[in-house]
Design a protein around this ligand. Structure first.
Ligand SMILES: CC(C)(COP(=O)(O)OP(=O)(O)OC[C@H]1O[C@@H](n2cnc3c(N)ncnc32)[C@H](O)[C@@H]1OP(=O)(O)O)[C@@H](O)C(=O)NCCC(=O)NCCS
Length: 167
């Protein structure tokens, strides 16, 4: 399958808002559902510009024929945590298990290494086995389990806290 990975730019804001709603409706793995984030088009554009200008943050999109089918991000932290970034990763369900998540993750780690990010942190549902497999494949290690991290329709869901040490 042919796809490209590139940085998300302000011009992508509208498509990213639609993508977020679509991907949010496809799993209960994310902090948002089918409503996506409550963010306006202008706010999303500003956000993407800020990410672009911040050396320890990046937002990548995987595109097939111009359509976003996956995304990944590193969100740099401030002050005494500025050596760390939080990771996010999603792929549209129709495209799972075709190597897109791995390719995005590889690019994010490459970006981290050349931009002074020393630790990548993430949180993932403890039952999200394909994501955990992917993170372990790239060297992420488990810190521990955070109990009842999500509460969806009255059900509590544990999360694994993981990190990649690039020092
Ligand atoms: C997690 C996610 C990003 C992975 O994307 P993807 O494009 O399917 O990833 P890849 O195809 O590169 O890799 C998937 C890996 O999981 C493995 N896998 C699939 N099902 C699995 C299972 N039940 N148990 C263990 N491993 C499994 C695949 O074999 C593959 O590993 P391999 O490369 O060693 O063969 C995607 O499933 C997704 O978007 N899920 C919903 C959002 C989400 O959960 N994001 C993570 C939030 S922390």
């Amino acid at each position: 399958m042919t796809f490209i990975i590139r940085e998300a730019l302000a011009e992508d804001a509208e498509q990213i808002i639609a993508y977020t709603k679509a991907v949010g409706g496809e799993t209960d793995n994310l902090t948002f559902g089918k409503s996506g984030f409550p963010i306006t088009l202008e706010q999303e554009k500003e956000f993407l510009k800020r990410v672009h200008d911040n050396r320890t943050s990046i937002h990548l999109v995987a595109c097939k024929n111009g359509k976003i089918i996956g995304d990944g991000s590193l969100s740099g932290l401030p002050r005494r945590m500025c050596h760390r970034a939080e990771l996010g990763l999603t792929v549209r369900r129709n495209y799972w298990n075709q190597g897109i998540g791995s390719m995005i993750l590889k690019e994010l780690i490459k970006y981290a290494k050349v931009n002074g990010i020393e630790i990548i942190n993430l949180e993932v549902r403890s039952d999200n086995l394909n994501a955990i497999h992917l993170y372990e494949k790239f060297g992420f290690r488990h810190i521990g389990t955070s109990p009842a991290y999500f509460k969806i329709d009255g059900h509590y869901i544990d999360f694994e806290i993981m990190y990649l040490d690039l020092r």
